[in-house]
Design a protein around this ligand. Structure first.
Ligand code: RFL
Ligand code: PHB
Length: 390
């Protein structure tokens, strides 16, 4: 097979890139290691920045999102012993957010790819980028025991944190920066009506978060130790712990019910630089991971794809400037989201070794946030998402 762009990974980054390139006249193929059913069963992010909403609309996959997604403009911070503190992103940053699950986005992207006749090869084993330093890179993979080859002009590594692409960049070129946090998030999805707002709770027992997918689907998280086992968290215990971390007037509004999914994600910050080597370009979790506290992981995957698709489409029109600046431009946004996610994680979580000083400094920071218009504006500007560069 010969295509202009070979894409590794059929998660949100790879599928969206494929969709935008196809609409821009650039032919491509997606090689995904897992089955489609497996990819569609993953429950992950849920909050979209307005810039992401516009990229999805522009890619022709906004219809269901606009129908079923929930536009909201307030984020709440509940701090034990204080009044709930709501910040309006519309007021302070001029734009709302959209609650729409990553699972739905992936479904919409698969449907759009099918409708346009896009090629997504699932259960592609042992995918390997080859000759990324040369003029004629190619991909090899196995399907049903047979070795296959895709020749291409460029390779896009959209294969997530555990993918194969990042490791193809020589160690002498690739620089990785990492911070691992001493806890994870235990997440539960339940078919119950969510709270009206997305509320982040800081509590002596640990962090908790109330989020939503649709009017009858709620997503909740609690901070947990890294060695937590899901079997040790039956639903009743989860709900009791969740409610204990919210102020009583909010806890009593949480509607409980059987969980339909439960999973644990460790928290980490990770950035690999540069995001391009030769003819290989990295996008999404393949290049960076942020702790979910700022709801930035999926939004960064979308902004990388926005920059990369623009660069490739312009390249084929004979204008090459964005291809050269892709890595620097994407990394500026990545680092601002990495910093913001780290800051919100440090502010809202309980750390095993925290001192009284750490706690008092956090309280003072919250006081500042609740009193200062500048601080609110800064939080909202970053939470609602910085604009894309031209
Ligand atoms: P994905 O979604 O990981 O997709 C990568 C795809 O590549 C495939 N793949 C390969 N394909 C071929 N060959 C190989 N060698 C391959 N290796 C891997 C995988 O099967 C997969 O289909 O990355 P992408 O597209 O960059 O999208 C990024 C987002 O998924 C991610 O940033 C967010 O979901 C992060 N994240 C969360 N973000 C939030 O904003 N809020 C959350 O609540 C939230 N929860 C999460 C998360 C990430 C998690 N991970 C990665 C473990 C919960 C979890 C568990
Ligand atoms: C979610 O709905 O899954 C979600 C919302 C906000 C976050 C992280 C995850 O910061």
């Amino acid at each position: 097979m010969r295509v202009q762009v070979g894409i590794i990974g059929g998660g949100p980054a790879g599928l969206l890139l494929s969709q935008i390139l196809h609409r821009g006249g650039v032919d491509n193929v997606v090689l995904e290691a897992r089955s489609r059913a497996y990819v569609l069963a993953r429950i992950r992010a849920g909050v979209l920045e307005w810039g992401s909403v516009e990229v999805l609309r522009g890619a022709g996959v906004g219809e269901r999102m606009d129908r079923e997604g929930h536009v909201h403009d307030s984020i709440g911070i509940a701090w034990s012993g204080r009044e709930l503190f709501l910040i309006d992103t519309n007021q302070y940053a001029g734009r709302p957010m959209m609650a729409y699950g990553q699972t739905n986005i992936t479904e919409d992207l698969y449907a759009a790819r099918d409708a346009m006749g896009g090629v997504v090869i699932d259960e592609a084993e042992d995918v390997r980028p080859q000759d990324i330093d040369g003029e004629r890179p190619y991909l090899t993979y196995r399907k049903g025991g047979e070795l296959r080859r895709v020749d291409c002009d460029f390779i896009a590594g959209c294969d997530g944190f555990h993918g194969v692409s990042r490791g193809c960049i020589p160690g002498s070129v690739l620089h990785s920066v990492e911070k691992v946090y001493p806890f994870g998030w235990l997440g539960v999805l339940s078919e119950t009506p969510p709270l009206d707002e997305i509320i982040y709770a800081r509590h002596a027992r640990g962090f908790a978060l109330a989020s939503q997918r649709n009017p009858m689907l709620s997503r909740y998280y609690i901070q947990c130790p890294l060695d937590t086992k899901i079997e040790d968290w039956p639903d009743d215990k989860f709900w009791a712990e969740l409610k204990a971390r919210f102020p009583p007037e909010i806890a009593k509004r949480i509607v409980t019910g059987p969980s339909i999914e439960k999973s644990i994600a460790p928290l980490r910050s990770f950035v690999a630089e540069p995001m391009r080597h030769g003819r290989l370009f990295l996008a999404g979790d393949a290049a960076h991971i942020v702790p979910p506290t700022g709801a930035k992981g999926l939004n960064l995957a979308i902004s990388d794809v926005f920059y990369l698709s623009r660069a490739l489409i312009e390249h084929y029109k004979g204008k090459g400037r964005y291809l050269e600046s892709y890595s620097d431009m994407a990394l500026r946004r990545v680092w601002s989201a990495a910093r913001f996610s780290w800051w919100l994680t440090m502010l809202l979580h309980r750390f095993p070794d925290q001192t009284e000083f750490d706690e008092r400094a956090r309280e003072s920071e919250l006081d500042y946030l609740s009193r200062s218009e500048h601080a609110k504006r800064s939080l909202c500007e970053q939470y609602a998402g910085l604009p894309f560069e031209n």
